[in-house]
Design a protein around this ligand. Structure first.
Ligand code: PMP
Length: 398
């Protein structure tokens, strides 16, 4: 493997998680819907897993956890499910301008189906302008969907305030917590979020499993209809090995998150300081403090993000230039544009995301290679101004 610094795109499954999962493939393989003793083993595993996820969230009494196949599916269930359930009450939904592409595309779909979507703008740091939220709420508003943090620039959103405003107006609040769940503790007993999307892989569990948390009394229409599994909210035989792994991942994350957050923010800050001090015309995107402990998002004038990633790839370093989910579109990031960046600025980004297995040495290696790659690209770029070009030539590439 490379020096892997792209944890927001995918994380390895923790060995402790894998060990917990393995018996459920070939020994404890029964279906929880079966009434025999082997089925009871699977039912117990399912129930215990739900409890572990609830514990991870400090979920209040009476709330429920619905297991799904992906965070994308959880977002669909939360947003389309509540839109369908509440359409007699109203057809207006609020999201932010910088939601994950899955939420943007769900919103576009609902617009075509006759719903109205309003988008809360963000400031230059990618933090939603919460003071404008109340003005967007109307009599027919049924849902607000704003993530806990930007998966891209790492800015933390004012979730507490959003949830209080939603509660005051009797509007449901859904938060996608995928970006923050590994490094920022969640406490749903003390934060009145109605629905929350969690992904297993983002806390070092397997892919192909995720969850939607629903507060007591919240109702959505199911989108997958069939045998009535998951309290009728998501039919289809449960992925027991995946669910057991997800729950183990949540158990580990719960016990380690208080140390892991500060450890990663220490590494992140070393990286940010090192980059900004050694590379001229480099910038940090997102808020300098109110950001995910594991996220550093830079932009470098005069060069393209893609060439940067390829240059780092040659040095055996794996980073990203934006959200992996949007990398197939050649459009500049909607998040950076909403933050007020110009198209050419948005194209020069580098996203470095750290994780459980990131050590000092990984950061030092990047700090060693990145200035050289940037210099090399600037020497080739027609956009580099003559004075900077002269400076680079005088210093030499290395
Ligand atoms: N929400 C956020 C914030 C994400 O970063 C992602 C991608 N990891 C998703 C939703 C979608 O996750 P998945 O592709 O696993 O469905």
């Amino acid at each position: 493997m490379s020096n892997y610094l792209d944890y927001q795109a995918a994380k390895p499954v923790d060995k402790r998680v894998l060990d917990e999962m393995l018996p459920y493939f070939s020994e404890k393989y029964a279906n929880p819907s079966s009434l025999h003793a082997d089925g009871d083993v699977a039912t117990r595993a399912l129930d215990e897993s739900r409890e572990k996820i609830s514990f991870f969230l400090n979920a209040p009494e009476g709330s429920s956890i619905v297991f799904t196949s992906s965070a994308t599916e959880s977002n669909n269930l939360a947003i389309i499910g509540s839109a369908l359930r509440n359409k007699r009450k109203g057809t207006h939904i609020i999201i932010s301008e910088i939601e994950h592409i899955s939420i943007h595309n769900i919103a576009k779909y609902l617009e075509r189906e006759g719903f109205t979507i309003s988008k809360l703008p963000v400031d230059q740091y990618g933090i939603v302008k919460v003071e404008k939220l109340e003005k967007l709420i109307r009599d027919d508003t049924i849902l607000i969907s704003i993530s806990t943090a930007s998966n891209e620039v790492g800015s933390l959103q004012p979730v507490e305030e959003i949830s209080r405003i939603a509660q005051k107006h009797g509007v449901l609040y859904h938060a996608d917590a995928v970006a923050s769940e590994a490094t920022v503790p969640l406490d749903l007993t003390n934060t009145p979020i109605d629905m929350l999307t969690l992904s297993s892989n983002d806390i070092y569990g397997p892919r192909g499993v995720a969850a939607l948390y629903m507060k007591k009394g919240v109702r959505v229409n199911p989108l997958i209809i069939g045998g009535g599994q998951e309290m009728g909210m998501r039919s289809g035989s449960e992925n027991i090995p995946g669910i057991v792994g997800f729950a183990k991942a949540a158990e580990i994350a719960k016990s380690e998150i208080k140390q892991e957050g500060p450890r990663l923010s220490g590494l992140r800050d070393k990286l940010i300081k090192g980059v900004l001090e050694t590379i001229p015309k480099s910038h940090l995107n997102g808020h300098p403090e109110k950001r995910l402990p594991h996220n550093a998002h830079f932009r470098f004038d005069y060069i393209e993000g893609e060439s940067l990633i390829l240059g780092l790839k040659d040095q055996n370093i794996a980073c990203a230039t934006g959200s992996a989910c949007s990398s197939k579109t050649l459009e500049p990031s909607h998040t950076l544009i909403s933050m007020g960046l110009l198209h050419e600025e948005a194209h020069g980004s580098l996203v470095v995301t750290l994780g459980r297995f990131t050590q000092d040495s990984h950061i030092y290696e990047l700090l060693e290679s990145l200035p050289k790659v940037v210099k090399r690209l600037r020497l080739l770029s027609p956009l580099t101004p003559p004075d900077l070009l002269k400076q680079i030539k005088e210093e030499g590439e290395n």
